[in-house]
Ligand binder design. Structure first.
Ligand code: ADP
Length: 161
């Protein structure tokens, strides 16, 4: 059984994240999309909310599960028996950050391989930050994220006023 962990902030999950997870699920027997509890980022959604949105979004994906974690990513990966971490690449700047992170993770645990998947052709321009920004400016990001995520964004910004 080859298990991969696909970690991220998923604030919120987008169609691009789901594309990466779906493609990873063709390479691995199981893919665990893992919400990092405390990234060094200003988050819009709580961990519970990010997890719920992700759970609903990943429902239809065979072989894909959802979890959250607050430890080192390699430690979480080991705890679920994963042999690999999956991450997505959009731009050269993604590459630099992912390459550095891959080397750090390699030095933390050389038994866990890092697999970088290139953004899907229709998805390279999508990011959670663009989705948040659009929603904050009053435009539903229907092309970028599933309907329940769009609804959650609306609600979140309505609460904030
Ligand atoms: P993080 O804060 O860990 O970067 P994100 O939720 O922003 O979390 O992204 C999780 C992973 O998904 C990262 O590897 C990121 O590069 C990848 N990713 C995000 N958007 C895209 C996209 N449009 N195409 C390919 N990969 C993507």
């Amino acid at each position: 059984m080859r298990i991969a962990v696909y970690p991220g902030s998923f604030d919120p999950v987008t169609y691009a994240h789901l594309d990466i997870a779906e493609r990873a699920s063709r390479v691995f027997d199981r893919v665990v999309m893992a919400v990092f509890d405390r990234p060094k980022k200003n988050l819009l959604f709580t961990t519970e909310e990010r997890l719920d949105l992700l759970r609903e979004a990943a429902q239809g994906l065979r072989g894909v599960e959802v979890a959250s974690y607050s430890t080192l990513t390699v430690d979480f990966a080991r705890s679920v028996g994963a042999c690999a971490l999956v991450r997505g690449l959009r731009t050269v700047s993604d590459f630099e950050a992912e390459f550095q992170m891959a080397q750090i993770n390699q030095s933390l645990d050389a038994t866990i391989e890092v697999v970088l998947l290139a953004a899907g052709r229709q998805y390279g321009h999508i990011s959670s930050s663009v989705v948040r920004e659009m929603a904050g400016l009053g435009r539903d990001p229907v092309e970028f994220a599933p309907p329940h995520v769009v609804a959650a964004l609306r609600q979140k910004f309505a609460q904030r006023g």
